[in-house]
Design a protein around this ligand. Structure first.
Ligand SMILES: [Ca+2]
Ligand SMILES: [Ca+2]
Ligand SMILES: [Ca+2]
Ligand SMILES: [Ca+2]
Length: 706
């Protein structure tokens, strides 16, 4: 096994030395991973690929400012390998607790994402020696304990004193903070154990929030206690940081009802531990909260609660009746003229707030629908920290199932929440919406909201990837993918908001019908300074209804960061924002094209000659492409029927070559398309999965009428 590892390491290092040139940093961990509100502290950022010349730090959401502490480097070292960088992080006293995305901007490019936790209590960092009960590190509470499961069989022990009977909340974040670490293929799976002074286990937790432990324990006996944290498999990794928030305050896991209306005062009941005797509050969510999942703090008398997820909806909300609603047949047969039987009747559109309050609970709601109505039913529960793993069914008046769903998929990620979209109603009549837990579990925290609506045509956009590094002379490209829903077949025009001065964008479109991809080419003028800027990507389209009426549609793009998957696949994970950075030119200083306008007749083939301007000592392979491809195709903005003719193209520029050719061929049946924007890119491999991608000037491809 060891020999194999050695061989693999050799291959990796060869690949790196042969091809890795100037790479943007890939963040691996933050040490410590938490910072306290109202304080300024130092955090070490660990990366693959150097962060030298780091100049600024970006943290999402506001309330957190961070700056680079310039690293000490040798004077004559022009490209020092800085893979541990100190930053100074200042957190406002009223900053929202929780998790933020963090990036570092360097002259080599803007980094991938790491996640920083904002906490309310003082941060205590693990000492070097804490591997046994005897070496347990003494901590004063409340505190957030930060450390690392840095090696196999690492155990971290902390000890604390209880003076009088009290309850403590222990909330671990570790595995969840690793989802956005681009190059961390194995994730931690922490387990938390509380031991008494004799070392006996009195409480333990493993997987409560995904793989992360959470527990609340009542300590009746004053005395000394131990906290132990380790990986449940006894594995370790130098990048497996954790933060354990330990305090005696309320911890709100969820709320009921889950769906709320922005700007309106409403009564909410907190679900969690250490709650006030009356866990209900009157809460008026800010009027400017966007529709969707938002984190809010409940106004408890003593201090605001921890942030909790709610679903803000503009639809009328209905709360599940307290009567028996378990039996679809009984509800269907019931005499609807009787008031008590009308409570499980719902009128569309609406959001139903309910709860699977005990094991075996089933909730049924009756609605009337007309033949050919197209209805959508979307559960929001697990995505808001409910324990429910919902499954839903739609039954007709005879009790037969006409549709069902367990888990949904949104873009590239799944959820245990259920979603039946655009169900065509077969006949006029009564129907039942039924919801239960997939495993027939139930309880206080099995809350849900179900949005029931007429299906409307719409589209969703996904940006691939999350960062665009460019220089004056070398453009950047962003690929955008569409998912069309409920009959929308139109074109989508892309737009960008938030461009810094000195940067312009050529925004492409996604062709109608089978077209799924579009691109945006960013250009930095010679005047553009060193800037980094979050961008918002929007798409607009027009839906032609059956009656000829036109509806304007619009959507913001979700940003996906590319991920290095075990085995070398290219995965994706949503991150908070897309970032554009203008950096000095490195390996490639310019890309020249013989033409940027190609008009093809069906059956015709034309070439674009490409000349790259290499940096003097840059000899590594450069591959030319007009698609985003790695093992599989991720984006292709060519008009349908237009392909790259491999026989007539020269796309691999090796041994310092600077001349290449892209040949485009239109098939005999290619439909006419006018000036479709494509991204012609020059790519340099950084590792098996990731490449730096630079774009030439915008290229437009037209397919003319024969
Ligand atoms: Ca440790
Ligand atoms: Ca675990
Ligand atoms: Ca119920
Ligand atoms: Ca489910």
């Amino acid at each position: 096994m060891r020999r194999l590892t050695f061989a693999l390491a050799l291959i990796v290092s060869c690949v790196h030395s042969a091809s890795a040139q100037t790479a943007f940093p890939m963040l691996m961990s933050l040490k410590p991973v938490a910072v306290q509100v109202g304080t300024t502290s130092e955090v070490t950022v660990n990366s693959r690929y150097s962060m030298h010349s780091a100049e600024s730090v970006l943290v999402t959401e506001g309330g957190v400012l961070a700056e680079v502490v310039p690293p000490e480097v040798k004077k004559d070292d022009k490209a020092p390998n800085v893979t541990a960088l100190k930053i100074k992080v200042s957190v406002a006293p009223d900053a929202m607790p929780g998790v933020r995305d963090l990036r570092i901007l360097t002259a080599q490019g803007v980094s991938t994402v790491a996640q920083l936790v904002v906490v309310e209590d003082p941060v205590i960092v693990e000492q070097a020696k804490n591997d046994s009960l005897a070496e347990a590190q003494a901590i004063a509470l409340p505190a957030t304990v930060c450390g690392c499961i840095e090696k196999a069989e690492d155990l971290d022990f902390f000890k604390f004193k209880i003076e009088a009977p009290m309850s403590l909340v222990f909330h671990v974040r570790s595995q969840r903070l690793q989802d956005r670490i681009h190059d961390l293929q194995a994730h931690s799976d922490p387990i938390l154990t509380i031991r008494n002074a004799q070392g006996s286990t009195i409480a333990a937790a493993d997987n409560v929030f995904h793989g992360d432990p959470f527990l609340c324990h009542r300590f009746e006996q004053p005395g000394e206690y131990f906290l132990e944290i380790r990986d449940v498999r006894y594995t370790g990794n130098q990048y497996w940081e954790y933060a354990v928030e330990i305090h005696s305050r309320p911890f709100v896991r969820s709320v009921f009802p889950l769906a709320i209306t922005a700007g309106k005062a409403q009564r909410l009941s907190a679900i969690g531990v250490q709650l006030p005797p009356d866990p209900t509050v009157t809460f008026t969510p800010s009027g400017d909260l966007p529709i969707g999942i938002n984190r809010v703090r409940l106004p408890f008398a003593e201090r605001p609660s921890n942030p909790v997820a709610t679903y803000v909806s503009a639809l009328p909300t209905i709360t599940e009746a307290t009567e028996d609603n378990n039996d679809a047949a009984a509800l269907l047969a019931a005499d609807q003229s009787k008031i008590e039987n009308q409570k499980s009747q719902i009128t569309l559109p609406c959001v139903i707030n309910g709860r699977i309050e005990k094991p075996d609970d089933v909730d049924c709601f009756v609605f009337e629908a007309k033949k050919d109505d197209k209805l959508s039913f979307e559960v929001k529960a697990r995505r808001l920290q409910s324990e429910l793993d919902s499954t839903i069914r739609i039954l007709n008046a005879t009790g037969a199932t006409i549709a069902e769903n367990d888990d949904l998929r949104l873009g590239k990620r799944g959820s245990q929440d259920s979603w039946i979209e655009s169900l065509t109603i077969p006949a006029d009549g009564k129907y039942v919406l039924e919801i239960r837990d997939m495993h027939l579990r139930g309880g206080e925290n099995f809350v849900y909201a179900i949005e029931v609506t007429q299906a409307r045509p719409y589209f969703s956009l996904f940006a691939d990837t999350d960062k665009t590094n460019l220089s004056p002379g070398v453009n950047g490209v962003m690929w955008v993918k569409v998912e069309r829903k409920n009959g929308f077949t139109g074109a989508v025009q892309l737009h960008v908001e938030g461009l810094p001065s000195g940067v312009t964008a050529e925004c492409g479109r996604i062709l109608p019908d089978k077209g799924t991809d579009g691109c945006i080419i960013f250009h930095a003028t010679a005047e553009a300074g060193r800037v980094v800027s979050p961008l918002v990507i929007r798409g607009t389209g027009v839906h032609a209804q059956a009656d000829g009426q036109m509806t304007e549609l619009s959507a913001l793009a979700t940003t996906y960061q590319e991920m290095y998957q075990p085995g070398g696949g290219r995965g994706h994970w949503p991150v908070d924002q897309h970032v554009l950075a203008v950096i000095p030119a490195h390996d490639i200083r310019g890309i020249k094209l013989s033409t940027t306008d190609i008009a093809l007749k069906p059956g015709e083939s034309k070439t674009i000659d490409v000349t790259i301007d290499r940096a003097p000592d840059f000899k590594a392979n450069v591959s030319l492409d007009v698609t985003m491809t790695h093992l599989q195709l991720f984006a292709d903005t060519l008009p349908p029927g237009v392909t790259v003719d491999g026989n007539k193209s020269k796309t691999l520029l090796s041994n310092g070559a600077t001349q290449g050719t892209i040949a485009l061929t239109a098939s005999k049946d290619a439909a006419p398309v006018e000036r479709q924007l494509i991204g012609l890119t020059a790519n340099i491999s950084l590792n098996f999965v990731v490449k730096t991608t630079f774009s030439a000037d915008p290229v437009f491809v037209t397919v003319v009428k024969p």
